[in-house]
Structure formats: C-alpha cells, structure tokens
Design a protein around this ligand. Structure first.
Ligand code: DGY
Length: 324
C-alpha cells in the first residue's frame, strides 16, 4: 500500500518524526531557515498533509498549490494566526495545533522575563562581564519589587492562568482583563478589571492573548500613556499585539520602566532595530515553549494530529473545536 505524502516544514523532535516516518512518505525541509514562499508552494504539491511551523503562512494559495487531496494541516504551535482558518474550513481541511503541553513551560518563561526585567538581570550580567564591578554600591542597578506588586494579565486562558499561579506564589495581587472569563469562572485570587483599569493599576502587564484583528496593536501609544512610570510590560504572546514604535517611545523616554519580549513585530527583529539599543529591554528569540521535554511533546501531538487527519479521524486538538 502506498504511504501518504506529507511535508514537514522543519526538522521537529524525533518523538514526532518517528511517528510520521512509520506511516507516511515524509519530506522534511532540511534547513534551519524556513522554506521560501516558492519552495513551500513547490514542496506541498501533491501532499496529503502539511506539518507547519508558525513561521509559514499557510493560506489559500498554499492549500491550492497542494491540491484537492490535501486532508490536514497540523501546526507545530498552540497559536495558529499563521494559518488561514476560513480558507481551510472552506476546503474541508481540519487544522491541528498543540495546546496544553506548552502551558507551564511558557508560563515559566514569561515569569523569567518578568523577573529579569524587574531586577535588571541582563544589564547586571553585562555589567559584570564588562569588568565594571568594582565594589558593592548602594545605588547600582536598582530595580522594582515583584513581591506585593500588582500583575495585570491581558488574557486569562491556559497560559495566563499558569502565570497567575506563579504570581500568587510570589505574593502578587493579580488583575486580569479577559471578556471571555467572567469573575465566577476566574481562579481564586484573580480579579477582573477593565483594560483601562488594568493598564493604570498594574506594576507588571503580561500579555496572553492570541493574535486576532481585535488584539493587533492592543498595546499602542494610548495604552502606554496609561501605564505607571514603574510599569514592566511582558510579551510572550505574539509580537503584533504591541505597537513597536510606541514601545520604543515608551521605553526610550522612560514612560515605563522596562519591557521583556519573547516575540516581536516583525519577527525576527531586525538587528538594526532601535529597540535593541535600549538597556531597559530584555529580549529573547521566541523561545517560550523551548524546553526539550515540551518541544518533544509538541512534536508528538503535531504528528498525531496529522496522522488522525490523514485517516479522516478526529484530530487530538483541532482549531475551532470547543475546549481547544
Ligand atoms: C506557540 O505555540 O504558539 C508558541 O508561540 C511557540 O511554541
């Protein structure tokens, strides 16, 4: 029996690849950088399944380039703003993603960024390495306190809740803005707030919303104008939720204390971006879910989603299905 052909847009951990190789004819893009648009359109031709990363735009053109035999798209991420869901739905193609397994790992990283920005950890490391540590100084590298501070969570889904648990352990007060979560459904210790109130009251603002037309540029110049001068913004969600020009102005004018980003707009951030000149910005290359164990679990789920779609069975995690 011939095996179904699938295209995997990057090398994923063995846990997933092994499953695919046992059942499919697998074409894996071999390079570290994603396939170019032309290469993507070429490599998907004739496949029954596409296993994509968040770096590829999987839209109607890609689906049509693959052809009418395309049965499933499996995104190796919980976010799926890179996939045109209406186009997939119109073609009857289920789209899979990987929620759940990366929640705690991503929340750990959001909290690591929050702490690093608050206590100026990256600056401190650079200070020591530059040979500038001459003595104990009463006023060197002063940061802001985490204990007793107010955390404002924008988005109280899985990852937002996991960050809330960490914050409560650190003795923080937790506010959240999420119109989908009424106060009776919120975990103990998390109080609902209007976005405006949250922006004005929070010492730390951490973003946990998907990228949608409603959340694009949610944090713009007007939002920064409402924040405390001691505020710290953390973004582990999607870069375009924050207006990068407004962020630059807020940080460079010390309108806010600091920001910590795992995601940027554009992504990757250009090496000559003025943001990279700022000492009150901590930045990482979109590694929130990047622990060995979690990436392995994501690979397994992405492979299982793909295999289910090829069989015409329900996906383990399908975009648009309640609870996913
Ligand atoms: C996701 O899963 O959406 C993250 O951004 C990468 O793991």
């Amino acid at each position: 029996m011939t095996k179904p052909k699938v295209f995997v847009t990057r090398r994923i951990p063995e846990e997933g690849l092994r499953l695919l190789e046992a059942a499919c004819e697998v074409d894996v893009w071999p390079e570290d950088l994603p396939p170019s648009r032309d290469a993507l359109l070429e490599r998907v031709r004739g496949v029954e399944g596409i296993l994509s990363m968040l770096t590829e735009r999987i839209d109607a053109e890609v689906m049509d380039a693959a052809g009418p035999q395309l049965k499933v798209i499996s995104n190796y991420a919980v976010g799926y703003d890179n996939v045109d869901i209406p186009a997939a739905t119109a073609r009857g193609i289920p789209v899979g993603h990987t929620p759940g397994v990366l929640t705690e790992t991503t929340a750990d990283f959001a909290f690591a960024l929050l702490m690093a920005a608050a206590r100026r950890l990256v600056e401190a490391d650079a200070f020591v390495r530059a040979g500038r540590w001459k003595t104990w100084e009463p006023q060197r590298l002063l940061g802001v306190d985490i204990y007793g501070a107010t955390l404002g969570l924008v988005g109280l889904g899985r990852i937002g809740r996991a960050v809330a648990r960490r914050a409560l352990g650190f003795g923080m007060r937790v506010l959240y803005y999420d119109p989908a979560v009424p106060s009776e459904d919120a975990p103990a210790g998390c109080s609902p707030a209007a976005l405006d109130t949250l922006l004005r009251q929070a010492d730390f603002i951490s973003l946990h919303v998907p990228l949608t037309p409603q959340t694009r540029r949610l944090i713009d110049a007007a939002a920064f104008a409402k924040m405390k001068p001691t505020a710290v913004l953390v973004n582990t969600a999607r870069g375009p939720v924050v207006d990068p020009q407004a962020l630059y102005e807020a940080l460079s004018s010390r309108r806010i204390f600091a920001a910590a980003l795992d995601v940027t707009d554009p992504e990757p951030i250009p090496p000559d971006s003025p943001l990279l000149q700022l000492d009150n910005l901590v930045i990482a290359p979109h590694i929130g879910s990047a622990s060995r164990a979690t990436r392995g679990k994501m690979a397994r789920i992405a492979a299982e989603n793909l295999l289910a779609g090829l069989r015409g069975a329900p996906l383990l995690h399908r975009v648009g299905v309640a609870g996913d």
